[in-house]
Design a protein around this ligand. Structure first.
Ligand code: FMN
Ligand code: SF4
Length: 726
């Protein structure tokens, strides 16, 4: 990341939002505080420590994640036994103390905080309520549930809509009493507020809320009535769900999309926003998309930096042209969101007037000190978000709470203090392997005062991050690699860490050096199963061809074996950057299983766009010079491999309504000149077990891919924890 525009004069300029003055132009984006509250909904120590950490990092305004005000109305927001994995503020005095502690805590660092109120999830909530509560999920009209489109969501009654509005007014009044500085309405991404205020989802023909603007406007009016004139109200909106632009002709053919053709278009959204200002809104942030094209509201690594700056600019231009002013007589600030964690880009957007404030959501999970570091010009020290969404979104989709792949303390600020653990006895430590886990471990151990040697068999540090950052769409991984290089250089200069490149650490070497502790972080190696022809010259590993694109030079047709993240991202690179005709085969019914829905959707959508052939249910049998032979399940019961508008369900959730996949196997040949293997990784654990057996040192650890081939998320967590333990 560059610091060409330093000092960042515009990022650190105050701004007035109705009755409050924010100290700078940086806003922490809302990220669901899932499982960060007591079962009653009272914010717990984890949530409070998490936000205080970000306030200490210098951000001007914090916004909380979504807080539903429709318990008892939207059955998907409450769990059985009236438990809640969301924080609540609609529950009388039981929960207030948590909110006050939170507000007082962040105020101590000069940061303001808004609470994000949501009318509910509606059709994008879990349909499990049908099975465990015998209640249909709800929406604005009869709409298919997002996770299981076969489950219908019933329209809310007018009286239920009115109750949600009343609840929101009460919640806002309670938030104000709990010292929260403003309310923030969750009107984007196809959640219930968007469902009620978007003709794609609200097709009501009877009753009070047939006009798609009515619910939102009455909601704002009620909140304004309850909180008074000077209390800030912020509203989050998508300029458009962009479903027609995403899916084109499929909007006519896919049953679950068909209903949504009549989406709110940008000029309709702008007119609605102007009406919302009249009703009492003081500030907006704006993005694009909804659940059904989930990569838009949750832009993954493969999307461009600042992807929605133009969207913010459209709103700003409209407000300027129409002279739109808030009820407080102020200009209505427009907050830009979406991959803005690059200080130069953010400063440039403000200087050029594309927006008034910069929202940082994931960048503040990756590095809560982003604002302080940007202010001080220490940009190389900012730990960048890599857009993988492994630790943040995916973690809570799978039942956890928000964390971060590159920041092992995120979500654990309550139990892992910012200061490293004090040193008991100084030790001589060897860390073997300079991938992400080894580097983090070595830097942490050295910073605590140990004498650390980091061994790397290659001439370069980074491990899988090196090939992993080759595709242009993985530029964030490249930024992370640069950050690790910088961190390592600082540890060498300040803490005497020794880096030994191009050195093979053997049992003998480790024994001879007389270390007190050894950490094996060697990583993993690509799998190469015994398939006829696999040793041929035109068969290469994905990680190798990424480092040697010249190997693909003469190939016109390439087949990638394995449709996980590595296989599909390599296919993307081969098709988009090297111009190859690409096929990908995958044994499972779906591609990129286990990868965040947003990241998966974006890659698969654009693989289809580029004509990459995705063959699911397909197993490699043999490789010949001009083709590969596969056995393919050609049963029509196999899912469409390009399906991105419905997510893959987590494995522990059974869909009783899904039809079983039948087997109709057919052998076929796929012509190709180059075969790229992306069939997974296996641990390289021999050194660890040899050291353990021979009792080379009194203290020995293994971590990252050596323990279990996986992701950066697990690697950095292990690196930090072991480095902080020894
Ligand atoms: C873990 C996580 C949880 C999120 N939860 C919410 C939420 O509760 N409410 C909301 O409006 N947006 C939510 N978002 C979207 C973010 O606020 C933001 O719009 C998105 O991450 C893009 O911004 P960024 O590139 O700065 O991260 C969430 C995003 C993440 C990563
Ligand atoms: S888990 Fe990944 S995407 Fe999420 S905040 Fe951390 S680095 Fe960014």
């Amino acid at each position: 990341m560059t610091a060409d525009l330093y000092p960042y004069t515009h990022l650190f300029e105050p701004v007035q939002v109705n009755g409050i003055k924010l100290k700078n132009r940086l806003v922490m984006g809302p990220m669901g505080n899932i499982s960060m509250a007591e079962e009653t909904g009272r914010p717990n120590a984890k949530m409070i420590a998490y936000f205080i950490e970000r306030a200490q990092g210098g951000v001007g305004l914090i916004t909380t994640g979504l807080v539903p005000v429709s318990h008892g109305i939207d059955p998907s927001v409450t769990e059985l036994g009236k438990l809640s994995y969301f924080p609540r503020i609609d529950r009388s005095r039981t929960v207030y103390a948590g909110w006050r502690d939170l507000a007082e805590g962040v105020h101590a660092y000069g940061t303001h905080i808004f609470i994000q109120l949501t009318p509910g999830l509606g059709r994008v909530g879990s349909p499990e309520c049908l099975i465990n509560k015998y209640r249909l999920p709800v929406s604005a009209s009869w709409n298919p549930n997002f996770y299981m489109p076969i489950v219908p969501c019933r329209p809310l009654f007018d009286r239920e809509c009115r109750r949600i509005i009343r609840n929101a007014g009460q919640a806002a009044a309670d938030a104000k009493a709990a010292l929260i500085d403003g309310v923030y309405l969750h009107g984007h991404e196809g959640y219930l507020l968007d469902q009620l205020t978007n003709p794609a989802f609200n097709r009501r023909t009877l009753g009070h809320f047939t006009n798609w603007q009515t619910f939102g406007i009455e909601l704002v009016q009620e909140i304004r009535r309850r909180v008074g004139l000077r209390y800030p109200i912020m509203y989050r909106i998508d300029l458009s769900t962009a479903l027609n632009a995403t899916y084109g002709d499929r909007m006519e053919t896919v049953t679950s999309l068909k209903k949504f053709r009549n989406e709110r278009l940008p000029d309709m959204t702008l007119a609605y926003m102007e009406n919302l200002v009249k009703a009492g809104v003081d500030m907006f942030d704006v993005d694009l998309g909804c659940y059904d094209n989930w990569w838009l509201p949750h832009p993954p690594t493969s999307m461009a930096p600042g992807c929605y700056l133009q969207v913010a600019q459209v709103v700003k231009a409209y407000f300027t042209e129409r002279g739109v002013k808030s009820n407080a007589g102020l200009e209505v600030p427009v907050v830009a969101v979406g991959k803005l964690g690059y200080p130069d880009l953010a400063e440039k957007a403000l200087r050029e007037g594309a927006c008034d404030l910069i929202m940082l959501a994931r960048p503040l999970l990756a590095d809560p000190q982003w604002p302080n570091k940007a202010y001080a010009g220490r940009v190389a020290e900012i730990c960048p978000c890599i857009g993988d969404q492994e630790g943040c979104i995916n973690e809570f989709v799978e039942g956890g709470h928000p964390q971060c792949a590159v920041n092992p303390r995120t979500g654990f600020e309550d139990v892992i203090p910012r200061d490293l653990a004090p040193l008991g006895r100084k030790k001589n430590v060897a860390v073997v392997g300079a991938g992400a886990s080894g580097i983090v471990c070595a830097c942490v151990a050295a910073a605590r005062g140990h004498s650390v040697v980091l061994y790397e068999k290659n001439r370069q540090i980074g491990g899988w991050l090196v090939p992993g950052s080759v595709p242009r769409i993985k530029y964030d991984v490249g930024n992370y690699l640069n950050y690790l290089e910088h961190r390592l250089a600082m540890a060498q200069a300040e803490h005497g860490l020794q880096l030994r490149l191009h050195t093979h650490a053997t049992v003998d070497l480790l024994t001879d050096e007389g270390y007190d502790a050894v950490v094996c972080a060697i990583g993993a190696e690509p799998v190469k199963p015994p398939i006829p022809g696999i040793d041929a010259e035109h068969v290469v590993q994905a990680v190798d061809v990424l480092l040697h694109p010249e190997w693909a030079e003469k190939a016109a047709r390439v087949t990638v074996i394995g449709g996980g993240a590595v296989g599909c991202e390599t296919a993307y690179w081969l098709a988009y950057e090297l111009g190859k005709h690409v096929s990908v085969i995958e044994m499972l019914p779906s591609f990129m299983k286990g990868v965040c829905t947003a990241n998966r959707g974006h890659i698969i959508h654009y693989l289809e766009d580029k004509g990459v052939e995705l063959l699911n249910g397909t197993q490699l049998k043999s490789i010949s010079k001009e083709y590969i032979t596969v056995v393919r399940n050609v049963s029509p019961t196999l899912p469409d491999p390009y399906l991105t508008w419905t997510p893959l369900l987590p494995e522990n959730i059974e869909n009783p309504l899904v039809k079983p996949i039948k087997q109709e196997l057919k052998e076929m040949n796929i012509p190709c000149d180059l075969v790229v293997l992306a069939m997974g990784l296996k641990s390289v654990d021999a050194l660890y077990f040899a050291c353990q057996e021979q009792r080379v040192v009194p203290e020995i650890y293994y971590m990252g891919d050596v323990f279990s081939p996986g992701r950066i998320f697990e690697a950095t967590k292990a690196g930090y924890r072991v480095g902080n333990l020894m």
